[in-house]
Design a protein around this ligand. Structure first.
Ligand SMILES: [Cu+2]
Length: 381
C-alpha cells in the first residue's frame, strides 16, 4: 500500500499521455496529413512507427524506472549476481530485429511508390535560383512551352518590421504553379546556382534541387485549393524568401489558364524569338527613337552638344556594336543617359540600336536581333 501511494505518479504519466489524444490542438503539433494519397500514406507510416516507438519507450523506460525504484539499496534489496544470460540476450536481439523488419516493409512500399514518377500527365521543370523558383511547363513543341519565374510578394518593409505582416507572410508569390486536380503531375527538380530544395509538405514532396542533376517527384492532388511550400535547403541570405505556391484547380480552369499563358508566350516568341529583317528593325527603331530618345538626341540625331551628344558619324553609334548595346541597355551612370533595360523590351532595344547605326547617313549596315539582346540581359541578371 505504502509503495503504491508513493509511486502513484508512475501510473499517472502514461495516463496523461493517453489523455493527450483528446487534446484539441493535437493536429497542430502532429505531422500534417496532407492532401494526396502519398501524403496520407506517409502520415499513416509516421503514426505506426511513432506508436511503436512510444510503446518501446514506455516498456523500456518503465521497466528501468520501476526496477531502479523497487530495487534500490535503501529498501535493503540485495543485488543479484549473474553474468551472461544467453536466453535474454537472444530475445533482446531478435525482438528489435523483428520490429525493424516489420517497420521496413510498409516504409519500403511507400518509398518506392514515391519514387515511381512514370506515366505523368503534366511535366513541370522546377529550377531553383538565388532566390526564386522558375517553372517550365514542358511540351514537345518548344513554342508551346510555358516558362515563368515565381517571386516573393512580401515586400521588404514587412520583413524589416516597418509594416504589419500579411497573413501569408513570406509564403505568397506573384506567379504560382497552377495544376489541375486528379492529374499526375511530375516535377523535374534542378537548380541554376546553388543547392535548393523543393518542398511542399501537403503533397509529401521534397526533392533537393542540385545544379547539373534532375530529380523527379510527382503528385496527384484531389482537392482544389492553394498549397504552400518553401525552399528547404539553406541556400544563402534570402533562403527564406523563395516560397512555393501551388494552385490546384478544376480541369477547365486549368485549360483556360494554360491557354492564356500560351498566348502570352507566343506573343513574346513572335516579337523577341523571331528573326527580324533590317526593314522591320528600322521601322520599329524610328518609332522607338522618336518616342524615347529624340527629346535629348533630337530627331536628326545631332543632339544638343555639349549636354546631349550627337549620334551622327561619331561615338558608339558608328563604333563597336557591343559598346553601343551597353550604353543603351545599361545607360551611362551619373549622366542623363539612363538605362533602358526595363523601359524598353528586347525588340524595341534591338530596333532602336539598329536604327541609330543606320539612320542619318551612319550606314553601318549591321543589325542586332532582339533574341541577342534578350540573351545578354538574361545573362547579366
Ligand atoms: Cu533555396
Amino acid at each position: 500500500m505504502y509503495k503504491a501511494k508513493r509511486f502513484g505518479w508512475l501510473i499517472a504519466w502514461p495516463l496523461l499521455l493517453i489523455s493527450g489524444v483528446a487534446f484539441a490542438g493535437w493536429d497542430d503539433v502532429n505531422m500534417r496529413q496532407g492532401v494526396t494519397e502519398i501524403s496520407r500514406r506517409v502520415y499513416e507510416l509516421h503514426m505506426i512507427i511513432f506508436s511503436v516507438c512510444v510503446v518501446i519507450g514506455v516498456v523500456v523506460f518503465g521497466a528501468m524506472i520501476v526496477s531502479m525504484l523497487m530495487h534500490r539499496k535503501s529498501l535493503g534489496v540485495k543485488p543479484a549476481e549473474f553474468h551472461d544470460n544467453t536466453k535474454i540476450e537472444i530475445i533482446w536481439t531478435v525482438i528489435p530485429i523483428v520490429i525493424l523488419v516489420v517497420m521496413a516493409v510498409p516504409a519500403t512500399i511507400t518509398l518506392s511508390a514515391m519514387y515511381d514518377a512514370s506515366d505523368s500527365d503534366i511535366d513541370i521543370e522546377v529550377r531553383g535560383y538565388q532566390w526564386k523558383w522558375q517553372y517550365t511547363y514542358l511540351d514537345e513543341d518548344p513554342a508551346k512551352e510555358i516558362r515563368f519565374t515565381s517571386n516573393l510578394l512580401t515586400p521588404p518593409e514587412e520583413y524589416n518590421n516597418l509594416a504589419p505582416k500579411r497573413e501569408q507572410y513570406l509564403l505568397d508569390v506573384d506567379n504560382p504553379i497552377v495544376i489541375p486536380v486528379n492529374k499526375r503531375v511530375r516535377f523535374l527538380v534542378t537548380a541554376e546556382d546553388v543547392i535548393h530544395s523543393f518542398w511542399i509538405p501537403d503533397f509529401a514532396v521534397k526533392k533537393d534541387a542540385i545544379p547539373g542533376f534532375v530529380h523527379e517527384a510527382w503528385t496527384v492532388v484531389e482537392e482544389p485549393g492553394i498549397y504552400r511550400g518553401q525552399c528547404a535547403e539553406l541556400c544563402g541570405a534570402y533562403h527564406g524568401f523563395m516560397p512555393i505556391e501551388v494552385h490546384a484547380v478544376e480541369q477547365d480552369e486549368y485549360d483556360a489558364w494554360i491557354e492564356q499563358k500560351r498566348t502570352e508566350a507566343l506573343a513574346v516568341y513572335e516579337t523577341v524569338g523571331k528573326e527580324w529583317t533590317m526593314e522591320e528593325l528600322m521601322a520599329e527603331g524610328e518609332r522607338v527613337y522618336l518616342q524615347n530618345c529624340a527629346v535629348c538626341h533630337q530627331a536628326n540625331g545631332e543632339g544638343l552638344p555639349p549636354a546631349f551628344p550627337s549620334l551622327v558619324g561619331v561615338g558608339v553609334s558608328v563604333g563597336l556594336m557591343d559598346d553601343h548595346i551597353d550604353v543603351v541597355v545599361n545607360g551611362v551612370p551619373g549622366s542623363a543617359m539612363q538605362s533602358f533595360r526595363s523601359l524598353l523590351n528586347p525588340a524595341e532595344l534591338a530596333a532602336v540600336i539598329t536604327y541609330e547605326r543606320n539612320a542619318w547617313g551612319n550606314d553601318m549596315g549591321d543589325l542586332v536581333q532582339p533574341m541577342e539582346i534578350n540573351e545578354m540581359i538574361e545573362a547579366a541578371q
